[in-house]
Design a protein around this ligand. Structure first.
Ligand SMILES: *[C@@H]1O[C@H](CO)[C@@H](O)[C@H](O)[C@H]1NC(C)=O
Ligand SMILES: *[C@@H]1O[C@H](CO)[C@@H](O)[C@H](O)[C@H]1NC(C)=O
Ligand SMILES: *[C@@H]1O[C@H](CO)[C@@H](O)[C@H](O)[C@H]1NC(C)=O
Ligand SMILES: *[C@@H]1O[C@H](CO)[C@@H](O)[C@H](O)[C@H]1NC(C)=O
Ligand SMILES: *[C@@H]1O[C@H](CO)[C@@H](O)[C@H](O)[C@H]1NC(C)=O
Ligand SMILES: *[C@@H]1O[C@H](CO)[C@@H](O)[C@H](O)[C@H]1NC(C)=O
Ligand SMILES: *[C@@H]1O[C@H](CO)[C@@H](O)[C@H](O)[C@H]1NC(C)=O
Ligand SMILES: *[C@@H]1O[C@H](CO)[C@@H](O)[C@H](O)[C@H]1NC(C)=O
Ligand SMILES: *[C@@H]1O[C@H](CO)[C@@H](O)[C@H](O)[C@H]1NC(C)=O
Ligand SMILES: *[C@@H]1O[C@H](CO)[C@@H](O)[C@H](O)[C@H]1NC(C)=O
Ligand SMILES: *[C@@H]1O[C@H](CO)[C@@H](O)[C@H](O)[C@H]1NC(C)=O
Ligand SMILES: *[C@@H]1O[C@H](CO)[C@@H](O)[C@H](O)[C@H]1NC(C)=O
Ligand SMILES: [Cu+2]
Length: 571
């Protein structure tokens, strides 16, 4: 009797410890030394910016609800900032990272201790530089595992495998950026696409270093994918293997079976791969999708090899998987539209049903006179002009100081608060024969949109065919949003909302607005702060396709921005 009671008591104790562990969010700490490191790809060497000498950079691992401290030390010779892509940072925009939006750059020889506050995110996120074009090489995964005592909403995979899609330039990336901004045209295209930093077998000089992933027949693997490429959406597939998508952007989805995935820059996708084919080697492959290929379009294919364990004759050559044709907009949009939230008891959704702020934002490429802001320039853009890009005909000028600090300290003169809620006039946005007047240069300025705490917001992104129509992967900082609808052509305020998915829309942070089409997103503005929103094509962000939301404090102590850390970088 006594013994039974003791066992009973210790069991209770164990349970108490377990539930204590579950409720305890851990504090995880990392050091990131940003430095110049020599790397060789495609038979040529150069110095690239890395974190801790690694390319791609180190993976951060944490659990849902944890707080992570990353001490970012700048040991390079250029400014840097780091963004934790997909982390909402509740009430704490100070560590979000975009240069001159939420902070001044971390100057060479200085450091910044960044606090990354996880809340509802669970799945794959990533981190990347948010200063000029340095994210080309400064990026890595941020893996958020289920809390202790909880598990995935699908059978636990045998192992997790990172799949980081990227781009490699033989030239120095800062030079590529400076040259294209000076000349006004497209940037030079990259020299290779990469999987986990390696171009793969289709490129000269790179075959011996092709990324290899070993699998055991009969086991299940979780691919944690991110598109870290700079300028294009990608298609991805694995020869002879079906893919099951189970999550995107740090939220689970209903299992979605597909032979390929479409993944836009900024987006993450979690894929279950069953190693259930004959023991052999198989290519995984990715290439660009572009609805409007231009001079910077690279038609090449990057590969990695899935190799089954076992004793069999190694194949001498491998066959590529079938990927959609490079300009197949339907294949791109079809995949994206099939994503669905779990919307279950364990993973409920909370999509706003009544909307306080209805915003219509047009996304356009534009032309400026060659000498705009750059006297005596010679431009290689169309008509000898220079490219620009805009949201509601407004090209965003990056200020020279942090908008967040200016807002927090009540300083005037850094930004205006009259960002337009809709285009100044209505036209057939996606027409093939637009009136020449829409080619007039856009306006420019540093304008924000102010939202009240807890406002329910709907943004309809409307692509336009000004200059040319192309997809735009739009990314919002500080929030996840529900993607409630999308289509080709012009958004119809009467008809289209009737077809919204308010039952199980996917929860995302980056969404590719289809070429000459529209996408509607919804969120509740319950995270006070200064939050960047921009296209995740690096050239479009450089051209000005970006804006800022300021979400005001709520009335209670727990709905206000937290104070800044003492080591906030100064301009
Ligand atoms: C980088 O680190 C080295 C060695 O610690 C030091 O000598 C150098 O001054 C540092 N450079 C910068 C820009 O911080
Ligand atoms: C682009 O590449 C060409 C050669 O392919 C080179 O001559 C030129 O300097 C590069 N331009 C830029 C903008 O980097
Ligand atoms: C590889 O090298 C060959 C011979 O120099 C060349 O014809 C081919 O275009 C190169 N391929 C790539 C992808 O660079
Ligand atoms: C890309 O390559 C495919 C197959 O080689 C070809 O059919 C297509 O025309 C190419 N596209 C471009 C834009 O070069
Ligand atoms: C692998 O297979 C070959 C040919 O079937 C055989 O000669 C060899 O002993 C096997 N090796 C192992 C480690 O089983
Ligand atoms: C894709 O590009 C080819 C030319 O390479 C063109 O014939 C075809 O019409 C394009 N398809 C779409 C859907 O734009
Ligand atoms: C996309 O979906 C539409 C309608 O469901 C279908 O007609 C079309 O064949 C699909 N296209 C591709 C490329 O999958
Ligand atoms: C921004 O707009 C002003 C006029 O408001 C114009 O003088 C200036 O050149 C523009 N700057 C750029 C970079 O287009
Ligand atoms: C808008 O432009 C598209 C593409 O050119 C065309 O098909 C459509 O009929 C136009 N809509 C209206 C209302 O003119
Ligand atoms: C953009 O603004 C400029 C300057 O006000 C104007 O001339 C042009 O028509 C506008 N374009 C559009 C598409 O609204
Ligand atoms: C925000 O809105 C939600 C849903 O209507 C409500 O439950 C919550 O109390 C509101 N919060 C504040 C601080 O107003
Ligand atoms: C680095 O950032 C500071 C502002 O904090 C700025 O004054 C300086 O020009 C920047 N340096 C470079 C090389 O961009
Ligand atoms: Cu864009």
């Amino acid at each position: 009797m006594k013994i039974t009671m003791n066992i009973h008591a210790s069991l209770l104790g164990l349970l108490a410890i377990l539930s204590f562990l579950q409720s305890q969010a851990a504090l995880v700490r990392y050091t990131f030394v940003v430095q110049e490191t020599k790397y060789t790809r495609l038979c040529s060497s150069k110095n690239i910016l890395t974190v801790n000498g690694q390319y791609p950079g180190p993976t951060i691992s944490a659990r849902k609800g944890d707080t992570i401290i990353v001490d970012v030390v700048n040991n390079a010779t250029q400014n840097i900032t780091i963004h934790w892509h997909g982390v909402k940072q509740p009430r704490y925009p100070w560590s979000d990272g975009p240069e001159f939006i939420t902070q001044c750059p971390i100057k060479p020889g200085t450091s910044f201790s960044q606090k990354i506050i996880l809340s509802t995110e669970e799945g794959t996120l990533w981190w990347h530089a948010h200063s000029d074009w340095s994210r080309a090489t400064v990026h890595g995964l941020l893996v958020v595992s289920p809390k202790i005592g909880t598990t995935f909403p699908f059978p636990k995979p045998h192992a997790e495998v990172p799949v980081i899609l990227g781009e490699w330039w033989k030239q120095d990336i800062q030079t590529v950026m400076e040259d294209f901004l000076r000349l006004g045209g497209d940037p030079n295209k990259s020299d290779a696409l990469t999987i986990n930093g390696q171009p793969g077998d289709q490129y000269n000089c790179s075959r011996p270093d092709t990324t290899r992933i070993t699998v055991k027949k009969g086991k299940t693997y979780m691919l944690r994918m991110v598109n870290a490429a700079m300028n294009n959406v990608m298609f991805f597939a694995i020869k002879d293997h079906q893919l099951t998508v189970v999550g995107t952007d740090g939220a689970y989805t209903k299992p979605l079976k597909s032979n390929y995935v479409t993944i836009s820059p900024g987006q993450t996708i979690d894929v279950i791969l069953k190693a259930n084919k004959p023991k052999n080697h198989y290519y995984m492959a990715a290439k660009f999708y572009s609805s409007n290929p231009s001079s910077l379009f690279d038609n090449a294919t990057t590969t990695a090899i899935i190799q089954y364990n076992g004793n069999y004759t190694k194949p001498t050559s491998l066959v590529l998987p079938v990927l959609p044709v490079f300009n197949d907009s339907n294949a791109s949009a079809n995949f994206t539209r099939r994503l669905r939230s779990l919307a279950s008891n364990d993973h409920p959704i909370d999509v706003p049903l009544t909307i306080k702020r209805k915003l219509l934002y047009t996304l356009s490429l534009n032309l400026l006179p060659c000498d705009s802001g750059k006297p005596n320039a010679t431009c290689v853009g169309p008509l000898g002009r220079r490219f620009a890009a805009s949201i509601n005909n407004m090209t965003f000028d990056l200020p020279k100081t942090s908008i967040l600090t200016s807002y927090y300290r009540g300083m005037n003169g850094v930004y205006g608060d009259d960002f337009p809620d809709k285009p100044s006039f209505t036209f057939n946005y996606t027409s093939n024969s637009l009136d020449a007047s829409v080619l007039d240069p856009p306006m420019n300025g540093t304008k924000v949109k102010v939202l009240n705490y807890n406002d329910t917001v709907e943004i309809v992104f409307q692509g336009t065919n000004i200059l040319l129509g192309i997809d735009h992967p739009m990314h919002l900082h500080g929030y996840s949003f529900y993607v409630v609808g999308s289509g080709f052509g012009n958004f119809d305020r009467q008809r289209d909302p009737l077809n919204y998915n308010l039952v199980d829309p996917p929860l995302q942070q980056t969404i590719a607005v289809p070429r000459d089409g529209w996408t509607a997103i919804r969120f509740r503005a319950n995270n006070p702060g200064v939050w960047f929103m921009h296209c995740h094509f690096e050239r479009h962000i450089s051209w000005g396709m970006k804006m800022v939301f300021i979400v005001k404090n709520g009335k209670t102590k727990n709905t206000r921005i937290l104070p800044p850390p003492p080591d906030m970088p100064k301009c």
